[in-house]
Design a protein around this ligand. Structure first.
Ligand code: HEM
Length: 180
C-alpha cells in the first residue's frame, strides 16, 4: 500500500502510545525503513506486519487495532490532508455514503498505482444502507467498520455498523449495515 497508509499507522501509535511504543513496534516488525514516503508504494506485507506487531506491543487484538485505525484515518489523516476530497464526496453521512463508490477513483488521480477496494451502496431505508465491500486483500473488515464509524463522527451523525456475513476465498465480498 502507499506510504501514506503506513505513515498514518505511525502517526496514530506516536500520538496515542508515544514514540517508544513506535520504536518497539518497528523493532518487532524488523522494519528497515526510517521514514515512509507518502507517494511511494510499499509491499502490503509491511502494513500487515506493522498491525501484527502493534497487537503484540500494545497488547490489543487485531480487530481493535484495525477499528481504531479506521476511525483515525477518517478523523485525522483524511480530515487534515484530504479535506477537500472528503467534502467533495459528501456534506452529510447519507450523501457521503451515496458517493463512496466513486471516492477511490478520485484518489487514483493522485496515486496512479492504487489498488483500491470496491464499494457498492444500497439504500435499505430512510436511515439505513448496506455497504457492499470487495477487495483483493484479506482481513481488513474491522478497518472498514472503523472507517464507517469515523464517518458518522465526522458528520456528527452517530451510526451503528454491523458486518453481515464473513469473507473467504469462495466469497471475496461482504456487506456492512450502517444505521443512523
Ligand atoms: C479522502 C479520503 C481517502 C483517501 C485519500 C484514501 C486513500 C486510500 C489509499 C492510498 C489506500 C491504500 C491502497 C493502495 O495503496 O493500494 C486506501 C485503502 C483503503 N481505503 Fe481509502 N481513502 C480515503 C477514504 C476512505 C474511506 C472513507 C473509506 C471507507 C469508508 C476507505 C476505504 C478503504 C479501504 C477499506 C482500504 C484498504 C484496502 C483494501 O480494502 O483493499 N477509504 N485508501
Amino acid at each position: 500500500m502507499y506510504g501514506l497508509v503506513n505513515q498514518a499507522v505511525e502517526g496514530l501509535v506516536r500520538r496515542d502510545f508515544g514514540d517508544a511504543a513506535w520504536e518497539q513496534i518497528k523493532a518487532d516488525a524488523n522494519l528497515d525503513v526510517d521514514v515512509f514516503i507518502s507517494n511511494e508504494s510499499y509491499d502490503d506485507s509491511l502494513t500487515y506486519k506493522l498491525v501484527a506487531s502493534a497487537t503484540k506491543v500494545l497488547g490489543v487484538d487485531a480487530t481493535t487495532v484495525l477499528t481504531v485505525f479506521g476511525r483515525y484515518w477518517v478523523l485525522t489523516t483524511a480530515r487534515e490532508s484530504y479535506g477537500e476530497l472528503l467534502m467533495a464526496t459528501g456534506r452529510s453521512l447519507p450523501d457521503f455514503l451515496h458517493n463512496l463508490p466513486n471516492l477511490h477513483s478520485r484518489v487514483t488521480l493522485l496515486y496512479r498505482r492504487l489498488r483500491p477496494p470496491i464499494f457498492r451502496v444500497e439504500q435499505i431505508g430512510d436511515s439505513k444502507v448496506h455497504v457492499h465491500y470487495q477487495s483483493h486483500r484479506a482481513g481488513l473488515e474491522a478497518f472498514v467498520v472503523g472507517l464507517l464509524e469515523g464517518l458518522g463522527q465526522l458528520f456528527e451523525t452517530p451510526c451503528a455498523v454491523r458486518q453481515l456475513g464473513e469473507r473467504d476465498e469462495q466469497n471475496p465480498a461482504c456487506t456492512f449495515e450502517v444505521t443512523w
